[in-house]
Ligand binder design. Structure first.
Ligand code: AP5
Length: 213
């Protein structure tokens, strides 16, 4: 089963992908993670992506599609989750071509339905381990004492630069303008499945499990 997991920033895409990877052995391709890793390593791609992502803007399609083109070949042997790509209709069209070229198929586009008023508090409260990527929330899933990571033991659990209110507002606007239209796009293709993204993390996971079974 190959799926796209999409929804607004803070819908829980990364959190749920981690479950799907752990429990179903799926491969997770997240353009957000790829950009953050490139930024951390100051690669040419990272330096370019940083100009946009830290302001909450989308990285241009040409750069993002080029990045996915390089990675998609690695998805041949196992079920995959696309998280954060596609994020625009031109990216979705490019994805179709890339999948066809690589004899791959997207089975479902799963939209995580999460009300807007929940997104700001989920994002401002999010903390992430810089070393292993584990995600926390200061209220619902706090890190260890002194902002330590309970997964890898590191002490670099931080707030993402794009998780401050001003930048979050820009990201939400970019989502409404560019990504929300993907719902209609995948509905027309008969691939859209809506899953409620509210409630306990594990409840959402149970719903997702039913959606992909
Ligand atoms: P990206 O990293 O993809 O950011 P995003 O889509 O905005 O998504 P987030 O990672 O913020 O949220 P999420 O849905 O994964 O939520 P999470 O599970 O962490 O992209 C970052 C940037 O990179 C973009 O702004 C752009 O610049 C660039 N970029 C990436 N892809 C691109 C593309 N294709 N084209 C152009 N540019 C691109 O959860 C959030 C918080 O909520 C956590 O603290 C979590 O613990 C908590 N939480 C989750 N579920 C629950 C629950 N059920 N109950 C309570 N709390 C919960």
């Amino acid at each position: 089963m190959n799926i796209l997991l999409f929804g607004p920033p803070g819908a829980g895409k990364g959190t749920q992908s981690a479950f799907l990877v752990e429990k179903h052995g799926m491969v997770h391709l997240s353009t957000g993670d790829l950009f953050r890793s490139a930024i951390k390593n100051s690669t040419p791609l990272g330096l370019e992506a940083k100009k946009y992502s830290e302001k909450g803007q989308l990285v241009p399609d040409s750069i993002t599609i080029g990045l996915v083109e390089e990675k998609i070949k690695d998805l041949k042997k196992t079920s995959f989750i696309l998280d954060g790509f596609p994020r625009t209709v031109p990216q979705a069209e490019a994805l179709e071509t890339l999948l066809k070229t690589n004899q791959l198929k997207l089975d479902k586009a799963i939209f995580l339905v999460t009300p807007n008023d929940m997104l700001m508090s989920r994002l401002t409260g999010r903390r992430v381990c810089e070393d292993c990527g584990t995600t926390y929330h200061i209220e619902t899933m706090p890190p260890g004492p002194g902002n330590t990571c309970t997964n890898c033991g590191g002490n670099r659990v931080i707030q993402r630069k794009d998780d401050f209110p001003e930048v979050i507002r820009t990201r939400l606007e970019a989502y409404e303008k560019n990504t929300a239209p993907l719902k209609e796009y995948y509905k027309a293709k008969g691939k859209l499945v809506e899953v409620k993204g509210t409630g306990e993390v594990k409840e959402v996971y149970e719903r997702l499990k039913s959606a992909i079974s």
